[in-house]
Design a protein. Sequence first.
Length: 656
Amino acid sequence: MGRQVSINHYTINSSIGRVLKTPLGADLLGSFLRQAGLLHLRRVIFNPLVKQLPFKALSLLAPDKIDNDLLSMMCRKINTYAQTETIPPDAAEIRETWWKEAVCYQIYPRSFFDSDGDGVGDIPGITAKLDYLQNLGIDIIWLSPVYDSPEDDNGYDIRNYYTILPRFGSMQDFETLLQGVHKRGMKLIMDMVINHTSDEHAWFQKAVEDNNSPYHNYYIFRPGDTSPPNNWRSLFSGSAWSPVSTGSDRKSAEQYLHLFSRKQPDLNWECAAMREELYRMIRWWLDKGVDGFRFDVINFISKEEGLPNGNEKLGELTGFTGIENYLFGPRVHQYLQELRRETFARYDVTTVGECQGLGSEMMRYFVHEARQELDMSFNFDHVDPPGAERLKGYVYDLNDLKQLFISQTETWGNSSWNAVFLENHDTPRMADKVGVSEELRDHFAKMMGGLQLSFRGTPFLFQGQEIGMGNPGFESMDEIRDMESLNYYKEKLAEGADEDALKAGIFFGSRDNSRTPLSWSDEEQAGFTQGQPWIRVNANFRQRNVAKQEKDMHSVLSFYKRMIALRKERRELVYGEYHFYGAAQRNVFAYGREYKGQSSLVVMNLSDKPLRLPRSVRRALEAAQKKAETALSNYEEEPRTRPLLTLRPYEFRIYC
Ligand code: ISL
């Protein structure tokens, strides 16, 4: 579906304006400027006169970062899309459905709750805490991988899709969990990692044992035992190629592609038999009764034919040379449509794709309802600040998040839906990215929850967010477990990096920051385990934990419960149109939501200082206060003035 021959053709001589009119052109350029720290040039580029210049003129703006090669590559991609894919018109109204109304919660099983004292969270541990999740108001649990795995990447390296990792429990334990979830009226979606497997998966083992085995075509091999076949870099440092270790015979020596660690070989989606095996496995899980999937790096599955070298300039910029050859790959939509047709199309389930590098324009190709691919996507533009690198440290400006969220809502339309997240297992805790002081942490945590739960898009909370957990404050490399951080440390040290600065960056940005155990109580090891936890617990667990917050009606946890309940009562918070107020003013984030005659107003101060409200916001506030049935804020004391003239640091108020 959606195929159409088009006469559109773009070259570096096409006008900037014309290129920007295409979804891919707009997004590629947008994320390029973001990554290059050139967002200030947006104004220049969108100037009507500049828009008339040829696309190649962009290289004059930042010759060190943009060259004609890069621009030609962008044009080639834009042409492919223009010729093969279309975004159908939007429906006149939003279609209402359960997964748009749901509140989701991501569980990172290793760190959720340990039931057997081995220091690692497990499936019975999750079952034991289902009442907690139900009380919080959670509808859907997303479970990070629990499949059998050597755990090179904490389970994102699957050895067997049909079995459960013994330290997490048995298949019986999984079934008990699923029943417990369903009994409570909740749903469970599985993480599904199908861009790659573990190198210990039987398919890969057979593939390397015998070049003539049908499994050889399940992965991506190229001849050569010394230098890599192309310049692609792994997302986890070093080359994206590794030699097959059993290759003693020089002639048959081969390298295999792994976009992630060397223990995560990429699957060859060109191979129909491989795809069929994956579909069979996914149907097996569906028949077991799971309610959908979160697909890991699903927009990376289709690789450019011939695996050409990546553009060096783009490589320098992103750190991932070659990325343009698998981001928006040539057959990604064909595969996604097939995946849906062959598996979940026949079940009432939901799907969310992890789509790094996807902007809000391109997103519609993946989630527009008429295209029959995915229901929602996780987009990542807002995860790190423009041009910043997580492992080097940064200060996050919430105004950037505001701008991105506002511009996203403009492009979604009625037929595309999205997943809204602020934290997950791959990024430090939000309060630490922003650098929030200790005394404002609760206010901040509530404000972020208020924002996430009053925005359009299905909210995905990450465990610990509901009590305002922060980074644990790592102090030594011995505390770090994540292979991404460890590889990076080794590589940069070898390159001669300053060790203290290197460590500081890792302690700030390591993915381990969000992977420490959920603080359940003030008991030993935060009540997470009776044993020695696999990674340290947060030092402040005696002050900040679930048990304590459950007893306190003013806690972050209580606020989350109220906000979740409010979202379920007020359909405008799910489906409503937006009206933004005072959007141009820094630190003011204010919006009205309206749906079928009901309306709500949200106002926020994104800064740690008092904020004087602009007149447009004050007027909207006054009107909302007059007619509101419910009001909720993250401050216990009522404001002193009415009408409100200023907001306190990180103040959040909602009127419905
Ligand atoms: O954290 C990152 C590396 O810099 C991200 O780029 C991350 O690797 C990317 O978002 C893909 O994430 C997913 O796939 C990875 C896995 O390690 C992550 O935990 C998972 O969320 C490989 O399966």
